[in-house]
Design a protein around this ligand. Sequence first.
Ligand code: SF4
Ligand code: SF4
Length: 429
Amino acid sequence: MTRSGALFNFTETSDACIKCGKCIPVCTIHNVNADEVTSPRGFIDLLGAYQRGDLELDRNAKAIFESCFLCTNCVDACPKALPTDMIIEQVRADIADKYGIAWFKRAFFYLLRHRMTMDMLFKLGYVFQTCGFKIKAEINSMQPRFSLPLIKKDRLLPSMGKTSFLNAHPENIPNGGQRRVAIFIGCLANYNYTEIGKGLLEILEALKIDAFIPKKQLCCGAPAYFTGDFATVDHNAKKNIVYFESFIDEVEAIIIPEATCSAMIKVDYEHFFHDQPEWLARAQKLKGKIFMATEWLEQKTQLKALLASKGRSDLSVTYHDPCHARKMQGVYKEPRALVGQNYTITEMSDSNACCGFGGVTMQTENFHFAQAAGRPKAAMIAQSGARVVTAECSACRMQINNALNEANVDVVFKNPIELIAQALRGNSR
Ligand code: SF4
Ligand code: SF4
């Protein structure tokens, strides 16, 4: 597939940068690799030079552009809101065109396009471990400079449920109500953290809202988007849009207990289809019904009041703001408002700091950067004194669990949906 044309002109973005440096102190990669070329201002400068033909997209430039975490901290801090993250997403497609995509990432993205194959591998216990992360064992044996903490301790890998969420429940779950919502579950919650979906079903049952679990949903495409595999994004996004359209008028919303999937469908589909007008219009039409799960539950239901009628726990909880929730979708009050009904929230010093997950390339070839970015997050979680850290994002969960484990911090990670379901069961202690 020929990839989409550029959404942003690199030279125009570079010319618009006033070099004020306000983005630099907040930049996740610059904080762990203090070099001008690995800063938002540096990336923008280099991309301008690349578009003017003054910079070759050689392996050094490739490594530089693959070091960005796409955390969007810089966009928030920039007085001109320059879209550094998005122009880096664009250049990664050029990198993929020029250098191809590593075989293990291609295998992983193939699975993201083929749910049935993914299901079969899942039954054998290979999903994500083989294709996304355990593969690092092989990379490490070939290139000893890469570290491999994810496979050293079982706790660091998402535990594999026996049946995926999508295969464990019927498509329609009537709860005797007048309202109906669809659930988009996301790959990690479907295969690995299945308690999230189970908890969401319990919450909808308590609220008497019918649940619809669309069985043909595909991966949102975010892992491929951040890696420059635009063919996979194009495939999955179009399949999902066509499928969502087939039931969208029969549900109030599509709720998603995962920040990255929600941001991808609600925000990034629109960016991706900017030069495909028909698909852009279809993505835009759907976005009004896409919500993060806590966002919809807090804004559109009586869940808060229901939780208030339940007992309080003495468990202290600290909330990490996923970049794709707070910065991309403005969702940060809602999970706190719900969780705060039954648990004491103890804020960490910088809940908005990126955890350092960064995507598939960051978690494999650039894992040393992910580790470095995870250390301060683990330290602030420990300093909060909370016994549980929560965030509505399973990518953050993998990264934070690993960082906590490396720092020997004994704090448990739960999705807010799991904590809320636990409170409704009356065992929030
Ligand atoms: S997206 Fe994050 S890591 Fe990338 S340049 Fe911006 S602040 Fe730095
Ligand atoms: S904050 Fe914006 S304008 Fe200032 S140096 Fe960074 S990218 Fe350029």
